[in-house]
Ligand binder design. Structure first.
Ligand SMILES: NC(=O)c1ccc[n+]([C@@H]2O[C@H](COP(=O)([O-])OP(=O)(O)OC[C@H]3O[C@@H](n4cnc5c(N)ncnc54)[C@H](OP(=O)(O)O)[C@@H]3O)[C@@H](O)[C@H]2O)c1
Length: 176
C-alpha cells in the first residue's frame, strides 16, 4: 500500500505558473512524442487521488486522460460531469479516513496529485514515494509544490535520470 506523487515542477518549485498555466511544461520540445515513463507509472497504480483544482484543470483538456479510477478531494464540489460518473468520485473528510476507505475498496497504490493536496498528505506524513520531474525553467512565481510543515520529512534518492535537455526526474522514497 503506497501513496505516490508523480509531478513536474519548475527549478524554483512551482507546479503551475502565476496564471495557473502549464505551457512551460506542455510546450517543451519532445520530437519523439515520449511520455517520459508516465504510462508505465500509471500501470503501477490502482487509482488517483487529486485535488479539486487539479481536477478542474484536467477537465479543460481535450479528453479525459485516465483509465484508472479518480477520487477528487473537495469540500465544495457536489457532482461530476455525467460522462465521468463511473470514472470519478468526490470525497471529503479526514484524509486518513478517506485513504483507508479507498484502500478497503481494493485500491492500494494511490497516485496523489495537486499541490495543496500533496501538502495535506505531507503534513500527515502520508507520502511514501515521490517521482519529481524538474524542468529547467525558473518561473518566478506560481502554485508551489511544497509548503510549510511542522516537522521535517526525509526521503532517500532511488535514482535520477536525465529525460531530455530540459528535464531531470528523481525518484525518492520515504526513509532516512
Ligand atoms: N506540474 C504538474 O505536474 C501538475 C500536476 C498537478 C496539478 N498541477 C497544477 O496545480 C494546480 C492545482 O493545484 P493546487 O495546489 O492549486 O490545488 P489542488 O491540490 O489540485 O486542489 C486543492 C483543492 O482540493 C481540495 N482539497 C485539498 N485538500 C483537501 C482535504 N484535505 N479535504 C478536502 N478537500 C481538499 C480543496 O477543494 P475545495 O476548495 O473544493 O474544497 C482544495 O481547494 C493546477 O494549476 C494544476 O494544473 C500541476
Amino acid at each position: 500500500m503506497k501513496n505516490i506523487v508523480y509531478i513536474a515542477t519548475s527549478m524554483d518549485g512551482f507546479i503551475a505558473d502565476s496564471h495557473n498555466n502549464l505551457d512551460w511544461l506542455t510546450n517543451l520540445p519532445n520530437p519523439d512524442g515520449s511520455d517520459f515513463g508516465f504510462s508505465k507509472f500509471i500501470d503501477t497504480i490502482d487509482a488517483l487521488v487529486m485535488g479539486r483544482k487539479t481536477f478542474e484543470k484536467v477537465l479543460s483538456f481535450s479528453e479525459w486522460p485516465y483509465k484508472k479510477k479518480v477520487f477528487v478531494l473537495s469540500r465544495t464540489l457536489k457532482k461530476v460531469p455525467p460522462e465521468l460518473e463511473d470514472k470519478v468520485e468526490i470525497v471529503s473528510g479526514d484524509i486518513n479516513d478517506i485513504i483507508s476507505s479507498i484502500n478497503k475498496r481494493g485500491f492500494f497504490n494511490l497516485y496523489i496529485d495537486g499541490g495543496e493536496t500533496i501538502q495535506s498528505f505531507l503534513k500527515m506524513d502520508l507520502i511514501d514515494e515521490m517521482i519529481i520531474t524538474r524542468v529547467s525553467i525558473i518561473l518566478g512565481g506560481g502554485i508551489p509544490l511544497f509548503g510549510n510543515l511542522d516537522n521535517q520529512i526525509t526521503f532517500k534518492v532511488l535514482e535520477t535520470i536525465k529525460l531530455s535537455d530540459n528535464m531531470v526526474q528523481t525518484r525518492y522514497v520515504r526513509g532516512n
